[in-house]
Design a protein. Structure first.
Length: 265
């Protein structure tokens, strides 16, 4: 029985099977994304790896940026960024892309964008062995700090994404241009987040502004864990605060607009 058939036969109460449905939709997203491809999951690694290779050549070999192990420095930020960026790009049109499903049967609709976030989380987790291998090739070793740091940072980014994606997906039902604006904004967000460069090189006044960006502290925390086995500390508070605010706004927007989805779609 295919995932679509099981979805059609699933007896859904308002919330009783939300987690089961969330897992089913996550598995469906994973299957559909790589269906018919020869390399399957490896395509999810291709983008950050190739992007990292181009940036590494341009900045490290051409402009001679003097950052030790710059390829590791880049990938330590690009992998969590890829999870963030792809989840938002694919999650924003989640309700619009599933309009037929929304009109056929009632189910907890929030699972549609969240299943995309979880699907990309799985891709991120599956990419970690590649990063670990690269770390070991340059003499760095994952430490026991990963046992605490990894779930903590995954939880923070997951909550941040859940709020943002739920908010954007709800608004996009009524403002279809939003998904195009989101793509442009993400390109800008990439450059104002310390992915290509360390936060330590940013001038003081600019750094104070950049610290308001929740991804600044989150990416720095990921990089610190991967490269230095450093657990995140109090400096992670902007990401935690923004995640809480985004989750509240996303939930309020979804609950307020959900009843009008079918009419708008």
């Amino acid at each position: 029985m295919t995932g679509s058939e099981r979805l059609g036969r699933l007896e859904l109460g308002p919330w009783a099977r939300a987690w089961e449905l969330l897992w089913l939709l996550t598995a469906r997203e994973l299957k559909l994304r790589y269906q018919g491809t020869a390399l399957g999951f490896l395509w999810s690694l291709a983008k950050p790896l190739l992007q990292g290779l181009v940036i590494y050549f341009a900045l490290s070999r051409v402009l001679r940026v003097g950052i030790p192990n710059y390829h590791i420095f880049l990938l330590s930020a690009l992998f969590p960024w890829a999870w963030f960026q792809t989840s938002i790009l694919l999650g924003t049109p989640a309700f619009v892309n599933n309009a037929n499903l929304l009109k056929k049967v009632y189910f907890p609709r929030f699972v549609l964008p969240l299943s995309i976030v979880l699907h990309n989380l799985l891709n991120f987790l599956l990419s970690l062995p590649v990063l670990m291998l690269l770390l070991m090739l340059v003499g760095l070793r994952p430490g026991p700090q990963w046992v605490l740091g990894l779930p903590l940072l995954v939880a923070v980014e997951l909550l941040l994404l859940a709020g943002i994606v739920l908010l954007l997906a709800s608004l996009n039902v009524f403002l279809r241009d939003l998904e195009h604006l989101v793509e442009v904004f993400l390109n800008l967000w990439f450059y104002v987040t310390p992915i290509l460069y360390p936060l330590s090189l940013v001038p003081g006044k600019v750094k104070a502004i950049m610290l308001l960006n929740p991804l600044t502290t989150l990416i720095e925390a990921w990089r610190g864990l991967f490269m230095e086995n450093a657990l995140p500390g109090w400096e992670l508070w902007p990401a935690l605060l923004f995640a809480a605010v985004a989750l509240v706004l996303g939930t309020v927007a979804f609950r307020t607009l959900e009843e009008r989805f079918e009419d708008a779609l």
